[in-house]
Design a protein around this ligand. Structure first.
Ligand code: ATP
Ligand code: MG
Length: 412
């Protein structure tokens, strides 16, 4: 049987590294291998010890290659951590052609002009996301090429990162003898897997609750309009349980996964269970607590995370104003009742984001980032081969908030 197009997504998370090898045949993605293992060398989403992460990655890669009988040469990898942030910018140029028809070069120049802002010395711009183009006062233009005007303005958001963490990440991946096809911010990859095109058009956000970070990516009219990552995640809930119930972190983690919830059922059949003593044993000691006690520890932390999200949405004027709703991803989204608490607090429709586009992949919101890395690459290739909506690759390049292979990094 002939082989299709094979892509490898690598999600380097604070608690887990996940690798997904998938093959595209016709229009369907199919899993060839999915392997995960605990990660090392990261702090709050950023690689701080590249050698350790590279070793970790090599081990994982051996497993993946055995599993799917394929040598992995290159990957699409995520970049996470609260050092990633966006900042608004704009640019203005005069249209160069005598007939005032806007060319691809004009669009590239105006986008380049948006990069000319002061950012700290140790930061770099990863990507430019156009929000709109303005041609001679005519606002709200998404695609300026071929239109006519004298002044071309672009309003964008710039995605910036801390240089050292970026270098650490590339060193970790190259150190595992892998080439990099692209480096994609984690929340963009997660959004690719779980938000529909319609949701992105009418206004929606993905909130990825990982182990040490929670990230937010907001879309409107098909474009990314905001992105933020906070150094707080589901591991903070585990730590709270360890402190609250005076137990080890590993036991607290099991308790969270087995008995955790963020809303206490006050009425109905389950209400009696909230006072019942739950017993957990670590072999040497036995620990007893009530569901009410446990929810009393978990709920304030989840609420704090959701509050941060609400404040961020407020800061961009979108609090309670995203008709496409919120999609929760990451391992933290597996906490029972989190959807209900998020609905109450954010006052928006909320779904748990299970990536659906890859045949044979487990139904798990923690896999959104790794699935999105693979699925986003497919989108790129589709554009390459077929064009979208009849537009050429050239016309689309530069304004689509999709993955662009800007960072092909080869082993030296
Ligand atoms: N069933 C569950 N209930 C509650 N929490 C869970 C459950 N399963 C996993 N988690 C939590 O999800 C977190 C891991 O999620 P994920 O794999 O998305 O994180 P990560 O990508 O490694 O971290 P980050 O994105 O912050 O760098 C852990 O803190 C884990 O405790
Ligand atoms: Mg993650």
């Amino acid at each position: 049987m002939s082989r299709g197009h094979i892509v490898t997504g690598l999600d380097i998370g604070t608690s887990t590294i996940k690798v997904l090898v998938a093959e595209k045949r016709a229009s369907e993605w199919e899993v060839l291998s999915y392997v995960k293992m605990p990660s090392f060398g990261l702090r709050r989403g950023a690689v701080v010890n590249p050698e350790e992460t590279a070793k970790n990655l090599q081990l994982l890669l051996d497993g993946v290659q055995k599993d799917c009988g394929q040598k992995i040469h290159s990957v699409l990898v995520n970049i996470g951590g609260s050092h990633l942030h966006v900042t608004p910018s704009d640019g203005l140029i005069s249209v160069s052609r005598a007939d005032h028809i806007i060319s691809e070069e004009d669009r590239d120049r105006v986008l380049q002009a948006t990069r000319a802002i002061n950012i700290p010395l140790n930061e770099e711009i990863l990507d430019v996301f156009p929000k709109e183009f303005i041609i001679d006062e005519e606002r709200g233009i998404k695609q300026p090429i071929g239109l006519t005007g004298v002044r071309l303005e672009a309003k964008v958001i710039l995605l910036c990162y801390f240089q050292s963490y970026f270098i650490n990440l590339t060193q970790a991946v190259l150190g595992a003898k892998l080439q990099i096809d692209d480096i994609v911010p984690s929340p963009l990859a997660a959004a690719e897997a779980v938000l529909t095109r319609e949701q992105k058009e009418i206004g929606a956000a993905v909130i990825d609750i990982g182990s040490a970070t929670t990230s937010l990516a907001v879309f409107e009219e098909g474009d990314l309009i905001h992105l933020a990552i906070f150094p707080l995640g589901s591991a903070n809930i585990t730590n709270d349980i360890a402190i609250g119930l005076r137990t080890d972190v590993s036991i607290a983690e099991d308790i969270k996964k087995q008995h955790g919830s963020c809303i206490l059922q006050k009425s109905g059949k389950e209400s009696g269970a909230t006072k019942k003593k739950l017993e957990v044993s670590d072999g040497a000691h036995s620990l007893s607590f009530t569901k009410k006690q446990l929810v009393g520890i978990i709920e304030p932390r989840v609420s704090e995370i959701l509050d941060l999200m609400q404040k961020e949405l407020k800061s961009i004027g979108r609090s309670e104003l995203l008709p496409g709703g919120i999609v929760l991803t990451g391992g933290g989204a597996k906490l029972p009742k989190i959807k209900d608490l998020a609905k109450q607090q954010l006052k928006l429709p909320v779904q748990i984001g299970i990536p659906k586009g890859i045949l044979g992949l487990e139904e798990d919101p923690a896999l959104a980032t790794v699935a999105g890395l693979v699925m986003g690459s497919a989108y790129f290739d589709d554009i390459h081969q077929e064009g979208v909506l009849g537009l050429s690759m050239e016309a689309l390049k530069g304004w689509l908030p999709k993955f662009r292979r800007m960072f092909r990094v080869f082993i030296p």
